[in-house]
Design a protein around this ligand. Structure first.
Ligand SMILES: Cc1cc2nc3c(=O)[nH]c(=O)nc-3n(C[C@H](O)[C@H](O)[C@H](O)COP(=O)(O)OP(=O)(O)OC[C@H]3O[C@@H](n4cnc5c(N)ncnc54)[C@H](O)[C@@H]3O)c2cc1C
Length: 444
């Protein structure tokens, strides 16, 4: 069985790895001169600092399992700080505990946090006893959370977290595709809080267990390990523009949706059209290193989120050198600042100087920081985060069905499909490879 994989982001690397394991003859084609896609680690202030993703969720299977298989698990590290903050109502305030995906499970702790107003807390307190339908099908995260817990919890806790991860607004985001855990709670409804409280109190739940993992040399190490294992089966600087030129029995396409659409256009008009309809957000990550003496604000946490309703440009700031022991130094503070939401590409095209000005102004507002960074790195990630609108999973199923009918030897998957986090991408890549090497979905 000859398998060609198009794209060597984490999805394509995982697909290639799995197909080799299954005994296939594999070639992974990558357009760029490096593997990893959105995963990229480079040096800043003498430290390996990620330019894109900096950690993966421990809870979602996929990444941890693969690291174990690759023998990387002994090296994995998790954040040294568990506290996280939200910039709300003029100050940085600690996220109330416990919470799941920003949904507060203890309303006294929510009140004490000061993140939302007293009427907002009173509205949220009604949730466990509020009547309403259980979730059937899909709806937006915003629709669900606003209805259950009120606008303030939705806008100042859930949106900064879930909207932030997806560079989206919760009001556009499919609860089923983007936050399956919340969809599961809502399906057991009506109360999200009651279900989530039961979940965190269940015997298997360990509140002290690590939530995130990374590699001390940065996540680039994971892409490198997979690339090394592929060896000369990985062809860099090899963009694919025509599937008919590939000498393969099965093709797995793992490139962003619009490009995947163009590749399958000669084979399946339906799949191509739907792939082309998937939208992306662009984001910018500005990494800064400061002389530690210049940063007066306490950094006892992993960083902070900024709700869209606060009207600032930055969406989050990770106190990277506090969050990760391997980035800590007595002399230098490293921060990773995120900007960009779906529909707002303006920041992406600002000059470096203007962008830095925007970031420093927002850091002054949120942290009272007024210092000149010693090092600045700007990573622009254009069209990098696929947007899962309500009904997204049905759209993905329709794409898959159209392709399995029109070109059964081709599969399409990746961050745009059924999960954009690294664990989900790994899972999807491996599943596609297993299907291909098992002879499914069908011959060329
Ligand atoms: C700034 C940022 C921060 C993030 N943070 C996190 C995080 O902390 N944790 C987390 O779990 N997830 C995070 N994510 C999400 C996650 O990193 C991505 O969803 C995931 O890495 C995407 O992997 P992929 O392989 O599907 O796609 P990509 O990484 O986009 O890879 C696709 C590859 O295909 C190649 N390609 C394109 N066209 C062709 C062609 N014609 N021929 C051959 N190759 C081609 C591209 O060059 C690229 O290498 C983040 C994303 C971004 C942008």
């Amino acid at each position: 069985m000859k398998v060609a994989v198009v794209g060597a982001g984490i999805t394509g690397l995982a697909a290639g790895y799995e197909a080799v394991k299954a005994g296939a003859e594999v070639v992974v084609y990558e357009a760029a001169d490096r593997a990893g896609g959105r995963i990229l680690t480079s040096e800043l202030a003498g430290r390996p600092v990620d330019e894109g993703p900096d950690a993966f969720l421990a809870r979602v299977p996929g990444a941890l399992g693969l690291c174990r298989e690759l023998g990387l698990d002994a090296n994995l590290v998790s954040p040294t700080q568990r506290a996280a903050f939200v910039y709300s109502r003029g100050a940085l305030r600690e996220l109330p505990q416990p919470n799941v995906l920003g949904v507060p499970l203890d309303f006294d702790s929510l009140a004490a946090s000061g993140i939302i107003s007293a009427p907002g807390v009173a509205r949220a307190r009604q949730e466990p006893d509020l009547d309403g339908p259980a979730l059937v099908g899909d709806e937006s995260v915003g629709g669900l959370v606003r209805r259950r817990l009120g606008d303030e919890v939705a806008e100042r806790l859930v949106d900064p977290l879930i909207g932030g991860i997806n560079a989206s607004s919760m009001d556009n985001l499919s609860v089923q595709a983007a936050v399956p855990r919340l969809a599961e709670a809502a399906a057991h409804g009506p109360s999200l809080v009651r279900w989530l409280r039961r979940l965190v109190a269940s015997p298997g739940a360990d509140p002290g267990a690590p939530v995130f993992y990374t590699l001390p040399g940065g996540l680039g190490g994971l892409a490198k390990e997979l690339g090394d294992r592929l060896g000369d089966r990985l062809r860099l600087s090899s963009p694919v523009s025509d599937l008919n030129h590939l000498d393969a029995d099965r093709v797995i396409i793992t490139v962003p949706a619009a490009r995947a659409g163009r590749l399958v256009a000669p084979l399946s008009e339906t799949a191509a059209g739907l792939l082309g309809s998937i939208r992306y957000a662009s984001v910018v990550l500005v990494t800064l290193a400061f002389d530690a003496r210049a940063v007066k604000h306490p950094l006892a946490g992993s960083g902070f989120l900024v709700p869209a309703v606060e009207g600032l440009s930055i969406t989050a700031c990770s106190w990277a050198s506090s969050k990760w022991a391997h980035l800590a130094s007595p002399n230098t503070v490293i921060m990773r600042v995120s900007l960009g939401r779906y529909g707002d590409n303006e920041l992406l095209y600002l000059s470096d100087e203007a962008l830095l000005g925007v970031v420093m102004s927002d850091l002054e507002t949120t942290m009272g920081l007024n210092a000149t960074p010693q090092h600045v790195r700007i990573s622009r990630w254009e069209h990098s985060l696929p947007q899962y609108f309500p009904g997204h999973l049905e759209l993905v199923t329709t794409i898959e069905q159209a392709l399995s009918k029109d070109a059964p030897w081709v599969q399409v998957t990746g961050a745009w499909a059924r999960g954009l986090g690294i664990p989900a991408c790994i899972h999807q890549g491996r599943q596609a490879a297993l299907a291909a090497t098992n002879g499914a979905p069908g011959p060329r």
